[in-house]
Design a protein around this ligand. Sequence first.
Ligand code: AMP
Length: 351
Amino acid sequence: MTVRTIGIIGGGQLGRMLAMAAARLNFRTVILEPQADSPAAQLADRQIVAEYSDPVALGELAALCDVVTYEFENVPVEAAEMLARNVTVFPPPKALQVAQDRLTEKRFLNGCGIETARFHAVDSQADLEAALADFAGKGVLKTRRMGYDGKGQRVFRGPQDRPEGGFAALGGVPLILESFVAFEREISIIAARDPDGAIACYDPAENVHRDGILDTSTVPARISPATATTARDAAARLLTALDYVGVVGIEFFVLPDGALIANEIAPRVHNSGHWTEAACIVSQFEQHIRAIAGLPLGDPLRHSDCVMTNLIGDDIDAVPAWLSRSNVLVHLYGKSEARPGRKMGHVTELK
Ligand code: AMP
């Protein structure tokens, strides 16, 4: 397969950064996104303005591209499967199916020998009460689908947090109750696999969230070499089990004894991997493009320690101050309006 044109489903900042990386390697990009003038479309060769599941648009995308990828995990699986009948789709649609449902995801991770929090499916108020009773009243209740940045969640800290109305409060949709993990810190690993099965892992990042949204990623993470190896092994097992091609992000909780509990997977480039553009020769974005285009994977070696900070909402006002500092790479996403909670850009400071 000779790849000249890469299709990207989704027009957000991740698509934008993928399009930039693709351009540097001489690829053309086509974005499928319902919103006109999206961050990705501003830098791509072409945009198809249509819903992600529009069959005509998907046909057009398949005809224009040699390989199609995606920048968010809620692409309808049926759309990805329809596309895959006409054009190569990387990562495989199976990865979307696994990542879209927290229950399927946890079962798949456990099937790969990767530990997660204990969990119960919750499809009714009675299920919730039984599940909470099993976890001594403590747990995190989450929607199985479409949750992100801590949305669609409720924490039960003990029997004092009454379960009444808990099922309905999250919309009466299928839920999962996870046992409460008393973690010491949160880390993530960004890894890539190519069509021949070669795997490259970046160093794990230590992540801090603010209001449920990633605030900073610091590398190196304060973990032992053994914990880092556990994260790499988990990534390799997951990528191989999914016959995956492209970049994946896996988030973990680190327990006080260094053991890892996988929280979730993102079948795409990930916010906690943005630091790689400043602290590695080959960023996660280029790595993803290389993998899906069948080019050799880049060396994931980190040449510097660093801290990546997201610019959320009004944080964008601090850009002039960031720009006046040395050793800081500023990356803005082309969004005209700074709303609270909206990711406007990020900065990575080399240490
Ligand atoms: P998530 O949407 O699954 O990434 O969860 C958002 C944040 O909530 C995580 O980054 C953790 O800080 C916290 N959290 C999620 N699940 C659990 C859990 N089972 N135990 C403790 N904290 C959790």
